[in-house]
Design a protein around this ligand. Structure first.
Ligand code: ZN
Length: 512
């Protein structure tokens, strides 16, 4: 018996949560007369699909692939369960597996083996054209870089270990292996690149040159220097007759690196949002941004509301050279006098006061702000890109996935937004969505989908009272999110002088 089969359903144990599955269903799949053992998929030989371990056992049954390993046997079900639960917890956090993957245990001949059941997917080896496979390898490598950078996991970079669903190469990738490592070494990435050469006999030196270009233009965020990776690619063991192809690949990898997003208008753009009439915080942000090289400015809305210095803040934003400004919900309410749209009672009270201190010219500056700014490869809104009005809905826990999906459908890789007053980026990468809070450097790629919130200048709500902003380096495609301290006492005195609610000062001091 090549695929280990238990005597009865009592020797199948499901690890929760198993959804609608029962041990009887799993047993029925194993003993189904149409089930076929996939012996030919085991052992990597030539271009055939396969797992690297000869102890792997695969069984295809009614659209599911059952997998176990004969070298992973445990004398008790408890030990097997502990191993499987630990492996599963690490990968689940990084969402590396197909969401329908089922985890269970098989009792055969007095021993317990882990059994996983996954829908039958297309592995990257089985994609039809070289072009599709090449794009999928790039995504596989990016997925491994992301899993390591974001979740501290090492994935085994073999195209037999990665698969896509029915959508083919453009769909997200799933990791098929259960085993996860702690690290991704530069050598592993180099190996994943070079090992494709002997598999693809029909590929020409031109194909390898192009793939090298593609990798150079696309991969972001590795914990290695690019020249180190190219060095490892040069050194990786390869048959002498394939050296010409490797040389073409190395040429492609070494090409001058193109701009990642858009043509640079200027090097560094300061991105900021939710100033809320806090002049001391705005001054600190603009000074820090200029000191750090910003020449352009992108303001994401809510110049006014809550704070004591609306006219001065409007003036400072309006006079910024080389700038783009869009409308927030407070700007909208205060400009139109319609204070019932998207405003709580504290916001309403402050908006009513703000209307009494702004001139006609200042109100009409607010009224003329556009609700969005669109470029071919990035956009900016105050609230959420999915919201038809752009400045009312929030990107938060319940809506960020929807908004990422919407951007993907629109083929829009990058959207800057504000409104939540929380410094936070979301990215939809090869392995699904991730959240990246706080101060950090984000390496944008047009192959991924990004929602970036620089945080709030004048009323942060993420527990850090310092003013928040971001710097976008248009040449490298990096966005760095930053904080700068400002004198809250100055703003607090102005709040008291304007007789605005005391609750506002508490919010500023607590960053809440
Ligand atoms: Zn706001």
């Amino acid at each position: 018996m090549w695929f280990p089969r238990p005597d009865d359903e009592g020797h199948v144990i499901l690890l929760e949560p198993s959804g609608t599955w029962s041990a009887r269903d799993v047993f029925a799949l194993i003993v189904d007369p149409t089930a076929t053992e996939w012996r030919h998929k085991v052992g990597v030989g030539g271009a055939s699909d396969g797992s690297a371990k000869t102890t792997t056992r695969l069984l295809a049954s009614r659209g599911w692939v059952l997998k176990t390993r004969t070298d992973l046997t445990f004398s008790t079900a408890g030990d097997a369960r502990a191993w499987l639960l630990e492996a599963r917890a690490r990968g689940r956090a990084a969402s590396v597996w197909h969401p329908d993957k089922l985890w269970s245990l098989l009792g055969v001949d007095g021993a317990w083996l882990p059994l996983t059941i996954c829908p039958e997917l297309t592995t990257l080896r089985n994609l039809e054209t070289l072009r599709e496979r090449r794009a999928a390898w790039t995504r596989m490598i990016q997925a491994a870089i992301d899993a390591h950078r974001l979740h501290g996991l090492g994935l085994d970079l073999n195209p037999a270990n990665f698969a896509t669903g029915p959508g083919g190469a453009s769909e997200r990738l799933y990791y098929l292996d259960e085993e996860l490592y702690d690290r991704l070494e530069t050598r592993n990435v180099a190996g994943a690149i070079v090992a494709r050469i002997p598999e693809e006999r029909a590929a020409t030196t031109d194909d390898w040159l192009h793939w090298g270009h593609e990798l150079r233009a696309t991969l972001v965020g590795g914990n290695f220097r690019w020249d180190e990776l190219v060095g490892e690619v040069r050194e990786y063991p390869l048959a002498a007759r394939l050296e010409e192809r490797r040389a073409a690949l190395v040429d492609g990898l070494g090409a001058p690196r193109a701009a990642v997003v858009a043509a640079p208008r200027a090097e560094i753009t300061c991105i900021f949002a939710d100033v809320h009439a806090n002049l001391s915080a705005l001054t600190a942000v603009l000074d820090a941004a200029r000191e750090q090289g910003a020449t352009d400015f992108l303001f994401l809305g809510d110049a006014v509301g809550y704070g004591p210095e609306p006219a001065e803040c409007i003036r400072r934003i309006a006079e910024l050279p080389r700038s783009i400004a869009i409308r927030g919900n407070h700007d909208h309410a205060i400009a139109t006098g319609n204070l019932d749209v998207g405003m709580n009672s504290l916001a309403k009270e402050c908006a009513a006061w703000t209307r009494t201190v702004l001139s006609e010219a200042e109100l009409s500056w607010l009224a003329r702000l556009p609700i969005e700014h669109m470029e071919p490869d990035w956009c900016a809104v105050h609230g959420a890109p999915r919201d038809p009005r752009r400045f009312l809905a929030y990107v938060y826990e319940l809506t960020y996935e929807d908004n990422l999906r919407y951007l993907k459908e629109q083929r829009m890789p990058l959207c800057f937004h504000g409104h939540t007053h929380v410094q936070l980026a979301h990215v939809e990468a090869a392995l699904g969505a991730s959240k990246l809070p706080g101060e950090r450097t984000l390496e944008l790629s047009p192959r991924q989908t990004w929602l970036v919130n620089p945080g709030s200048v004048g009323q942060p709500r993420d527990g850090d009272p310092r003013a928040a902003f971001a710097l976008w380096n248009r040449r490298t495609g990096e966005v760095t999110t930053r904080r700068v301290a400002y004198d809250i006492d100055v703003t607090a005195r102005a709040l008291r002088a304007a007789h605005l609610p005391a609750r506002l000062e508490e919010r500023l001091r607590g960053g809440s």
